[in-house]
Design a protein. Structure first.
Length: 527
């Protein structure tokens, strides 16, 4: 078709634009209802030549989260691990043209903004969002790069406050940006962050996340989330590394990606935070550039690491047939821990938990190290009951902790974002707290009376259902479950009940393999 030349109208920039049009403008593809809609984020940000932040980071973060990302470039920076050496701001009419090209043609779910270097650009974005409304708007008010270079002038603040904050579903300022948006308010403590979040909420965003990574001398990184009613403190282990360039904007693009996939806001933030922590932890020793602040690797999942024999991150369907060991039963039947674990896995166990209530630490660790080999050979996760130290020492896949064991938040800080944490819950309140604290699943019971765990309150099928309905996390049922009642348990009709955890049904038996196969058949029949 014909090619059109058009020059940028702005006198400051001689930008030649080639616009190719299809013949009569007819759409090049025909839609049919079987087309697959992929979650879609449009990022409106600056290009970072070092590719640690900006447009490049947004593309990588979205790719890592399995979401399509289109891009409107607001500026091109000459930037590296030392800082920002130059900024070339796009004329606002060309930003408008890019916005129109994407928003008029593609089904964008979420718009995420990064560097918006001029009030004119902010205004054209505001206009485009009114013309092409999207499901969610994530504003990362990039004004000062983490290397301290100012990426936007002071007039930008009113541009953000008047044109974008009222439309935002969430804004994610760091300490410096929150201060800039609040006319220089001092933020030196966590309580200042609470006040800033509340004040920023008055400008109209539905949610505010004040990121505390740069808070002076804070032990672990804490972010303050405010939704207009409730505050949440989101703590995360601080990864000691120079490779933190781009973490802020990548967090925002991960949040945008999770929202595009349909997550509610707080879940989106928690998942995004855990992903960034994982990527930072994975990248902590990577060396790119000679400056004080390197980029991190968003695409760690594409790499095969020494952990390739380790099962992937937690998959709720692993809870299907959950074998929990018991040393007294092994002793009674003359079974070794490795024999019963092998037999359970061969019989269909999808996850194993070593529950050695009274073992001394040495023999517990020995058993755990032996079982890790077996479990990882079969790509089955191995969790340790209660003992975080043993889990760390044998690099288990995670832990299961009860209400009176180590708090989940502490366990998460010790184990990091990749490990699986399960929590015993008897009530909806327990389930909610487990979710807030960042657990991966909950164990609910005892469903039926059991002799395996002394003075254990029985919650029954009703109690189990109540907890499942309240839980945002996947649930495994436990307590007195076996081949006679496993089907009843699985048929209570709640989607997040993913399986049953059993002790005596497998291990207080002469043949663990036979019993596990029978239970596996009953469960398979029931789902
Ligand atoms: C999957 C699963 N759910 C619950 C428990 C119970 O844990 P336990 O440590 O035996 O007892 P509490 O500490 O929860 O009181 C479990 N082990 N596994
Ligand atoms: C560990 C635990 N948590 C609640 S009940 C229970 C014991 C389950 O053992 P069994 O499967 O033999 O009833
Ligand atoms: Mg316990």
């Amino acid at each position: 078709g014909p090619f059109f030349f058009c020059k940028s109208s702005s006198s400051r920039h001689r930008t030649r634009t080639f616009v190719a049009m299809q013949g009569d403008g007819a759409s090049a593809t025909t839609k049919n209802n079987s087309d697959l809609k992929i979650p879609h984020v449009l990022t409106v940000a600056g290009s970072d030549s070092g590719a640690g932040a900006g447009i490049q980071a947004d593309l990588k973060a979205c790719a890592a989260r399995g979401v399509y990302c289109s891009t409107v470039i607001t500026a091109v920076t000459a930037q590296n691990t030392v800082g920002v050496q130059g900024v070339n701001i796009m004329p606002e009419d060309f930003v408008a043209a890019q916005l129109n090209s994407v928003l008029s043609d593609m089904q964008v779910d979420v718009v995420k903004t990064g560097m918006l270097p001029s009030t004119d650009i902010i205004k054209v974005l505001h206009q485009s969002l009114r013309e092409f409304p999207v499901r969610a708007l994530v504003i990362d008010p990039v004004m000062v790069s983490t290397s301290g270079d100012v990426l936007a002038g002071p007039s930008i603040v009113s541009g953000f406050r008047d044109n974008l904050l009222p439309m935002a579903d969430i804004i994610t300022p760091n300490i410096k940006e929150a201060s800039a948006l609040l006319d220089g308010m001092q933020l030196a403590t966590v309580s200042d962050m609470y006040s800033a979040a509340k004040l920023l909420h008055c400008f109209g965003p539905r949610n505010v996340l004040v990121k505390g990574g740069d808070l002076p001398d804070s032990s672990d990184a804490v972010d303050i989330f405010f939704d207009g009613e409730n505050f949440h403190e989101l703590r995360s282990a601080r990864v000691k590394t120079r490779n933190t360039h781009g973490t802020g904007c990548s967090l925002a693009s991960c949040i945008a990606a999770e929202l595009a996939k349909g997550s509610p806001m707080l879940s989106a933030i928690k998942v995004a935070k855990r992903f960034i922590e994982t990527a930072l932890d994975y990248s902590k020793d990577i060396v790119i550039g000679n400056g004080p602040q390197g980029p991190f690797d968003h695409l760690l999942r594409l790499k095969s690491t020494s952990r390739s024999c380790r099962p992937e991150a937690f998959n709720p369907s692993d809870l299907f047939l959950y074998a929990v060991t018991d040393p007294r039963m092994n002793k009674k039947w003359g079974h070794s821990i490795t024999d019963v674990v092998k037999a359970a896995i061969e019989g269909g166990a999808t996850i194993v938990q070593l529950r050695e209530k009274d073992a001394d630490t040495g023999s517990f660790l020995e058993a755990a190290q032996a079982c890790i080999e077996i479990c990882h050979h079969h790509r089955v996760p191995l969790l340790i009951n209660d003992r975080i130290d043993v889990a760390l020492a044998c690099d288990a896949d995670g832990v299961h902790i009860g209400q009176s064991d180590m708090p989940v938040r502490v366990a998460r800080a010790l184990l990091g974002p990749e490990k699986i944490i399960g929590v015993s819950c008897k009530t909806p309140e327990h389930a909610h707290q487990a979710w807030v604290d960042g657990a991966d699943y909950i164990g609910c019971g005892g469903v039926y009376p059991t002799n395996t765990k002394e003075n254990n309150l029985t919650v029954g099928l009703d109690g189990l259902k109540t907890v499942c309905l309240a839980s945002k996390l996947p649930v495994v049922a436990i307590g007195g479950i076996g081949i006679s009642n496993a089907s009843d348990v699985m048929k209570i009709g709640v989607p997040n009940l993913k399986g049953v955890a059993v002790v005596s049904a497998l291990f207080d038996r002469e043949c663990v393999l036979t019993e596990t196969k029978k239970l596996c058949a009953v469960l398979t029949e029931a789902i």
